[in-house]
Design a protein around this ligand. Structure first.
Ligand SMILES: *Cc1c(COP(=O)(O)O)cnc(C)c1O
Length: 419
């Protein structure tokens, strides 16, 4: 969706100067917008023991993580570098990984993270390492859903790699308590980018039912992330107030003595709408299609090509007057998937104009690659007073060549023969 009017106003006021000074392309995040969303989330759930653990993978930049920590958010990590990053700011750590190794588990526990196991095999690793913590999380896979569930919204959990099949939960938890677990957390996330309360409430209801059945102390219910944002003009946003009211109703109906913390691990919802990718037009080309060539490639925004149906709104705030045109916005990769927008109506843009790719504050820079030698762009933070701060430099050729500097090493055929 076109960015908020507030962000638009703040951005327009500084954009030409910022683009000139820092050079394009770049990601820019709106500190005020991130603060507003974080505060709104906390306000919606005020009075409940409810906390957001920001999914670090969405926007792993310490400047942004620090802001979110100031709102009392914890951090949800699924790799050791993410833990290392989140540790640089205050905030509780979750380690919600999958296909996890023993070394990762041990390091996460050492870092003080609350670990959620995604499979019985991962619990077995903790047992074998004699490292079972007193409180442990379990990710649940609910299996096939009733046919009246919307597959477009919920997917087919039984086809996913995630989670402990719900019918095995009792035996897995029994094994864990036998090895010293005294309290559990229950986790489920089976959908992403949804703009209705249903998937969150489905998770909360299922986790609550399991928690009340297990006969073990339940410290927390983690309903995962996945709360969505409107990417296309006209899409309605998630009704946070309605979601919070429904969560409040359910918590109010819990039996006495059952008071687990309700945890969220949103990424996209918190930062997605508060970021833009800014790129400059470097070529206008008239072929079978009108092509606007820009100085960013889809390397910088891989989600636009790796998932089906992804749309990022594109605008040209400083384009000249004239009739609108239908264009493709393309980068310089030697592959035809390199288009940030396909057959989009834009005002007449010329070489040198700035384009804004909206809603790129989550799963955007974080997914960037260096395919074709097109390096990752810088990240900037727009503060409420108009200050623009560099929070990650652009990659350089030196970074590109860094992994080619190493100690020579070979393994000779003679060595294979000796084994
Ligand atoms: C990716 C992920 C999230 C965040 O997803 P969003 O759609 O950005 O909210 C949360 N939890 C887990 C376990 C994830 O893998």
């Amino acid at each position: 969706m076109p960015m908020s009017d507030d962000f638009d106003r703040r951005l327009r006021a500084v954009l030409p100067h910022v683009a000139e000074r820092f050079g394009t392309p770049f990601y820019l995040y709106d500190a005020a917008g991130i603060d507003q969303t974080a505060a709104a989330f906390n306000e919606a759930f005020a009075g409940l023991d409810c906390r957001e653990y920001f999914a670090v993978k969405a926007l792993p930049n310490p400047a942004v993580l620090g802001r979110l920590a100031a709102h009392g958010f914890g951090f949800d990590c699924s790799s050791l570098p993410e833990i290392e990053l989140a540790r640089r700011t205050a905030g509780e750590l979750f380690f919600t990984s999958n296909n996890t190794t023993t070394a990762e588990l041990l390091t996460a526990l050492e870092a003080g993270a609350f670990v959620t196991v995604d499979d019985e095999a991962v619990l077995d690793k903790l047992i074998a390492a004699n490292a079972v913590p007193a409180t442990l999380g379990f990710r649940i896979n609910p299996g096939p859903l009733a046919p009246d569930f919307d597959a477009a919204l919920f997917g087919h959990p039984q086809a996913a790699k995630f989670g402990i099949p719900v019918e095995r939960l009792t035996s897995v938890v029994a094994k864990a308590t036998h090895h010293g677990v005294r309290a559990v957390g229950l986790h489920m996330m089976i959908a992403a980018n949804f703009r209705t309360p249903e998937p969150t409430l489905f998770a909360l209801d299922l986790l609550t039912a399991q928690a009340l059945r297990l006969g073990v102390e339940v410290a927390l219910l983690n309903v995962g992330g996945g709360m969505g944002i409107p990417y296309r003009p006209g899409e309605t946003p998630l009704d946070l107030t309605a979601l919070a009211a429904a969560v409040r109703d359910r918590a109010g109906a819990w039996p006495a003595g059952f008071r687990p913390r309700i945890c969220f691990e949103n990424g996209r919802y918190m930062t997605g709408p508060h970021g833009v990718l800014v790129t400059r037009v470097v070529n206008r080309m008239s072929k079978y299609r009108e092509v606007v060539g820009v100085d960013s490639t889809v390397n910088a925004l891989l989600r636009s090509v790796v998932y089906d149906g992804v749309y990022h709104h594109v605008t040209a705030p400083f384009a000249g007057q004239g009739p609108a045109e239908t264009v493709d916005v393309a980068g310089s990769l030697c592959t035809n998937i390199d288009r940030l927008a396909v057959q989009r109506v834009l005002p007449p843009v010329a070489e040198g104009d700035l384009l804004i790719v909206h809603d790129t504050g989550a799963h955007a820079h974080a997914m960037a690659s260096v395919y074709n030698g097109r390096l990752r762009p810088k990240e900037l933070l727009l503060h409420a007073d108009g200050t623009v701060e560099l929070i990650r430099r652009a990659e350089t050729d030196d970074d590109y060549f860094a992994t080619l500097r190493f100690e020579p090493e070979t393994l000779s055929p003679a060595v294979h023969a000796m084994r």
